[in-house]
Design a protein around this ligand. Structure first.
Ligand code: FEO
Length: 384
């Protein structure tokens, strides 16, 4: 696919994989993007995932025929982008690999390649003849070796996973932000979410560049107004800034904690407060993490189980802490049979995240009733 005279998209869509990183559902697929930059010499930026070797090489040959590729730029070594490096080296034996210092042992470890590698440094340029690449180190976005590559003549940033999203692409250069926003938030919150601080550092570093186009490794190529929306979203997410609204996340064994959750949603509805609800026993946790990042208030419900938090909810809360989520208001609720522990433990996990508790929590014995668990009162506190 032609992006410009100098830039061609040679990535692939993966609509067969069910779980990204064997963890995250892909109901709308994912793309592994790769780009050719064509000057007097040719550079390939990143490759694709295992299983796509023939399609990937076909894509390249459709663009440049039997012309040689001089350089392979490796912005990121996660295997969804690097699995075809050895295949590329086989097809283009003289290709030189350009990458960050930290990628070198990863290239040896994952791909068994130890020669023909040149380490590039911060700000260094590579003249392809009519196309100048410049390299910027962006460690921990979201691996330590990550870097980005800027094509000066076209003000185009090859950004690696940053500004990427789940969902396969149709015409990669002609997609609408609104069609990808949900899957961008779910991608960010699950894959990159822990690294808000380093994403912010990368955004500050890139602020000096005038950008006309962003070419990430997943999802569409962004330009114009939509590129501005993507950058603004990544900025907001990496600052852990939620929009006003309540994300209710719960699990339930026999429906009592679920009844409390549904009552809270109804009470919020009456008060006109934006809210979403995720039942972790029926829905993948990645959708709950998406809305955790989206909204400024988290309300979590779990029954007590083995004198602990019901395991799916405990795992979710562990993931909240692991993602270093900040600046959230919080409340907990849940039923128990003979001894309540879940609400106290949920509060402790929230306090460890420095969340603001808007309620001491609603722990109730056995079946739900408004008298035992005052969800209207909790909705009033959330409304305040
Ligand atoms: Fe898309 Fe971190 O690899």
């Amino acid at each position: 696919m032609k992006i410009s005279e100098r830039i061609r998209y040679v990535g692939v869509n993966d609509c067969a994989k069910e779980l990204f990183e064997n963890q995250w559902p892909l109901p709308w697929g994912v793309s592994y993007n790769s780009y050719l930059v064509i000057g007097d010499k040719v550079a390939l930026i990143d490759t694709a995932a295992a299983g796509f070797g023939d399609e990937f090489l076909d894509n390249i040959r459709m663009e440049i025929g039997e012309r040689h590729i001089d350089y392979l730029v490796v912005n990121h070594m996660e295997p969804d982008h690097s699995a075809l490096m050895a295949r590329i080296r086989q097809a283009y034996p003289a290709i030189e690999i350009l990458t960050s210092a930290k990628a070198v042992p990863m290239i040896a470890g994952y791909q068994g390649i130890t020669d023909g590698i040149r380490v590039v440094r911060e700000g260094e340029t590579l003249d392809l003849g009519g196309a100048t690449l410049q390299f910027f180190m962006t460690p921990m976005v979201h691996w330590p070796e990550t870097m980005m590559t800027f094509l000066q003549e076209e003000k185009t940033l090859f950004s690696g996973d940053a500004f990427g999203c789940f969902k396969a692409v149709g015409n990669a250069v002609n997609e609408r932000f609104a069609d990808f926003e949900d899957e961008m938030v779910r991608y960010y919150s699950n894959i990159v979410g822990k690294y808000g601080q380093t994403v912010q550092a990368a955004l500050k570093k890139l602020a000096g560049l005038t950008l006309e186009r962003i070419c990430p490794t997943h999802g569409p190529v962004w330009s114009g107004e939509e590129m501005g929306q993507v950058v603004a979203l990544y900025d907001k997410l990496s600052r852990y800034e939620g929009i006003p609204g309540v994300c209710i996340v719960y699990g339930s064994m026999y429906g009592n904690t679920a009844q409390a959750a549904e009552t809270l949603a109804a009470e919020l509805e009456k008060r006109g407060i934006p809210h979403v609800m995720h039942n972790l026993t029926q829905e993948h946790v990645s959708f709950a993490y998406r809305d955790l990042f989206r909204y400024d208030t988290l309300v979590v419900g779990a029954p007590t189980y083995n004198n602990d938090i019901f395991p799916p909810v405990r795992d979710f809360m562990h993931g909240v802490g692991a993602r270093l989520v900040k600046n959230r208001r919080f409340a907990a609720f849940g039923s128990y049979t003979w001894m309540g522990a879940s609400v106290k433990l949920l509060n402790e996990m929230a306090e460890a995240c420095k969340f603001t508790l808007v309620s001491e929590g609603l722990s109730f014995p056995q079946g739900y009733s408004p008298e035992k668990c005052d969800m209207a009162g909790l909705a009033d506190k959330l409304a305040e």
